[in-house]
Design a protein around this ligand. Structure first.
Ligand SMILES: Nc1ncnc2c1ncn2[C@@H]1O[C@H](COP(=O)(O)OP(=O)(O)OP(=O)(O)O)[C@@H](O)[C@H]1O
Length: 254
């Protein structure tokens, strides 16, 4: 346990506290607060433009919040030294894949592994993620020539390369076909046995398929945060999601 972790509650791995983000004159996030407890798979659910990617970029240190505070494993992503330490224990799949089009998956993973300083462990790490993400058949094809589904899986592979204890996955099943979606959900469930995972989605079925905790946002505001069972109390995920969104609209109109 590091000093950073002992300073915060041990059971909370990801914390967003009153996060706000303003792009120019557009407010994308309004004081969003939620927590993800250690060892859970949490779905970050919301319609297009709700602020999911913005929140994830803040949590991973790629964007600074306009106000509020983020924390992952007790580290502050806006603090340069803490961000580096955090990155060693965090895997991030960004929204549109992180990948250089000219590089093959092999070159991508070797490159990422070198940056991460994996040294002699790199070869076995590459073998592990190649198996986990089923990318062996495209291993030596340029990423730019791969289907969206395979690019997404290469993105997952780079996020998993250093076997991080926390994963932040921005729409991990986006662009995949039904069989690939089933495989990636299975992989997420498997990884969720040992890791804390926050994944964004706007697919309601995805929530029930993989998550035990749910955070719902709409137009940059938090509308629900709790367990899947709490969300399902009084209806299906679908019914509850639409009810929450309608409730939010009525509140704003009042
Ligand atoms: N760099 C930026 N400059 C200006 N506006 C931005 C920028 N990035 C995002 N936005 C706006 O902020 C809002 C939230 O965007 P964000 O990408 O976080 O939403 P999202 O929930 O991830 O959406 P999606 O499901 O479509 O990916 C949107 O209205 C978007 O257009």
């Amino acid at each position: 346990m590091t000093t950073h972790e002992s300073n915060s509650s041990r059971s909370v791995t990801i914390r967003a506290e009153n996060l706000s983000k303003i792009y120019g004159d557009f407010a994308a996030l309004h004081s969003v607060t939620f927590q993800v407890r250690k060892g859970t798979v949490a779905a970050f659910l919301g319609p297009n433009g709700a602020g999911k990617s913005t929140t994830m970029k803040i949590l991973t240190g790629y964007l600074a919040p306009t106000a509020g505070r983020a924390e992952v494993l007790g580290f502050d992503p806006t603090h340069p030294d803490q961000r580096i330490e955090m990155a060693q224990r965090l895997g991030y799949l960004p929204e549109n894949g992180p990948l250089y089009a000219d590089m093959t998956p092999r070159e991508t993973l070797e490159f990422v592994g070198r940056i991460r300083g994996l040294g002699s462990g790199l070869r076995s790490a590459i073998e592990r993620v190649t198996r986990q993400c089923s990318i062996a058949e495209v291993f030596d094809k340029p990423v730019g020539k791969l289907s969206k589904g395979f690019r997404q899986r290469v993105g997952m592979a780079q996020a998993l390369l250093h076997d991080p204890e926390v994963l932040i996955l921005d729409e991990p099943t986006s662009g995949l076909d039904p069989l690939q979606i089933r495989d990636v959900r299975e992989l997420i469930r498997e990884l969720g046995r040992t890791k804390t995972i926050l994944l964004s989605t706007h697919i309601l079925q995805e929530v029930e398929a993989v998550a035990s905790e749910v955070i719902v946002v709409g137009e940059g505001r938090l509308v629900f945060s709790g367990t899947l069972d709490e969300l399902r109390a009084g209806g299906t995920v679908e019914q509850r999601f639409y009810a929450l969104m309608d409730q939010k609209r009525r509140k704003e109109a009042a």
